[in-house]
Design a protein around this ligand. Structure first.
Ligand code: SAH
Length: 488
């Protein structure tokens, strides 16, 4: 960290701004809004100053900067845009022990003014430590779109009730959980929607409930969250919120490092992965572990690849929780079939090709596939096979033996939605050989049906082949820069 971020209380303190142009006006504006008494030194000031012509805290002096101007001032800005004057300001301020900022001259700044997102009283300041004002401003633009303007109201609402909640819930961790529930739940939604009275009533009953709860041992909660097929941008907002709230996370093989990096740094991580045929932790033990952790009062995140209810055994896990009366919630995720379909340019249904789509598991029992072949061989239908890579030769043989068109198109998608995604296409006759030749490995998904031919025209996803130290982590968020600058 090259600089110390702090928020300075400058109410009734003196701030000196040297210059009368736009940059000077902006500094004076911020200082006045933060309650300072501002002295502007300039021969003349431009129209930007008109707005505060009568502001009681603003004094404009047409004087050359002198030692006395800086004595007792807390901050000084050199914005004369005249090198000689600005350097003099720097020297005078230093002599007076006043922190100084010379506009657009990082080498002459004791402090920088960050890009800000203002949701008064909530204030977000962004600095790139002078490396890239543009990056700071792009991040500002992202935050501006993420935080509704009503967040200011939410911060005020919370601020006003803080004292009362502090008295009512004396236990620190319990109070933290209470506020998390309020700020990340229906009460906040009500405040953001402008229904402040209703929000306060809901908060009061939550407070009452918390008091009652404090008398009993606290039970945590389990979040069964679908993490999607790999690209972190495909998480839902809710998934991301819960991922960042959890105290402990149970994850398996399908969860990539970039997803795990989203978990709170201080959260405990437990690998409960299942290797094919070599289960590191039996299903019952995973469920037992979740029950135990939740009963210790922890917020347990069970992170699953794709969707938890599609070949994910999520149902079994929460049956056990329901039995043990542990509260839980389930967050759907983008399942491998829809992820692979989108990122491989293969629509699963299409007017001219398929009016139905079936998901099946190709997991063999004793080396044999036990599937309802009649259903799978229906015309005008797409079949997606999960977990079937090792059984692919058997699957395609069965299809042919039961009368499938030998030219039926098939695609196998490896590492769908990730940077390392690969797609092999062929027909039910040759796909098994092609896949073996390409050395495709799990996780991979097989798509059978004439929709596969559409890929020739619809294949849009070309993960950059450029070497990346981020591995499979993708960041596809579009930027939307707006005007503002860290040094302006
Ligand atoms: N619940 C998961 C599926 C778990 S079963 C979901 O909804 O996606 C595991 C199988 O899912 C794998 O064998 C593979 O067939 C498929 N799969 C999961 N992630 C995948 C990915 N990124 N690319 C291709 N196939 C994937």
């Amino acid at each position: 960290m090259e600089q110390l971020p702090i928020f300075l209380d400058i109410r009734d303190k003196r701030v000196v701004v040297v210059g009368g142009g736009t940059a000077a006006a902006r500094k004076a504006d911020h200082a006045l809004r933060a309650g300072a008494r501002v002295t502007v030194l300039a021969d003349s000031v431009n129209d930007d100053f008109k707005e505060w012509a009568d502001h009681p805290n603003l004094t404009v002096l047409s004087e050359t900067p002198r030692k006395e101007h800086f004595q007792g001032a807390i901050l000084a800005y050199g914005a004369a845009e005249d090198r000689e004057i600005d350097l003099k300001v720097h020297a005078l301020a230093r002599d007076a022990g006043t922190l100084v900022n010379i506009v657009d001259s990082p080498d002459y700044c004791d402090f920088v003014t960050p890009a800000i997102v203002d949701r008064d009283p909530l204030l977000i300041a962004i600095s790139s430590s002078g490396t890239s004002p543009i990056l700071a401003r792009i991040i500002k633009a992202r935050l501006e779109t993420m935080l509704p303007s009503a967040y200011g109201r939410l911060a005020r609402f919370v601020g006003e009730l803080r004292g009362r909640v502090m008295e009512a819930i004396t236990d620190g961790p319990a109070r933290r959980r209470f506020w998390e529930r309020i700020i990340d739940g229906p009460v906040a939604d009500l405040v953001l929607a402008g229904a402040t009275e209703k929000a306060e009533a809901t908060l009061n009953s939550e407070l009452e409930a918390s008091r009652r709860e404090a008398a009993r041992p606290t039970v945590g909660e389990v979040y069964l969250v679908g993490a999607g097929p790999g690209d972190p941008d495909l998480l839902t907002f809710r998934a991301l919120r819960l991922i960042q709230r959890a105290d402990v996370v149970l994850y398996d093989r399908l969860i990539s490092d970039c997803l795990l990096n989203l978990v709170r740094r201080d959260a405990e991580r437990i690998y409960v992965g299942k290797m094919n045929r070599d289960h590191t932790m039996p299903q019952e033990d995973i469920s037992e572990l979740m029950v135990r952790l939740a009963k210790e009062g922890k917020r347990v995140l069970r992170l699953k690849g794709g969707d938890p209810f599609i070949f994910g055994r999520g149902g079994e896990e929460i049956e056990r929780l329901a039995h043990a009366e542990v509260p839980f919630q389930v967050v759907p995720g983008i399942t491998a079939a829809t992820g692979a379909s989108a990122y491989a340019g293969i629509p699963l249904t299409h007017r001219d090709h398929a009016q139905a789509c079936v998901f099946v598991t190709g997991h063999g029992k004793n080396g044999r596939l036990d599937l309802d072949w009649k259903t799978l061989l229906q015309p005008a239908q797409t079949v997606v096979v999960y977990m079937g890579l090792s059984m692919l030769p058997e699957l395609t043989r069965e299809f042919l033996a039961r009368g499938a068109d030998p030219n039926l198109p098939v695609a196998v998608v490896e590492n769908a939605t990730r940077r390392s995604q690969r797609v092999v296409t062929g027909t039910v006759t040759d796909i098994a050989d092609k896949v073996a030749e390409a050395g495709i490995e799990a996780p991979a998904l097989t798509i059978l049906g004439t929709v596969v031919t559409l890929r020739a025209r619809l294949n849009w996803y070309h993960p950059s082949s450029a070497a990346s130290d981020e591995g499979d982590c993708l960041h596809a968020m579009p930027f939307d820069p707006v005007e503002t600058s860290e040094f302006a």
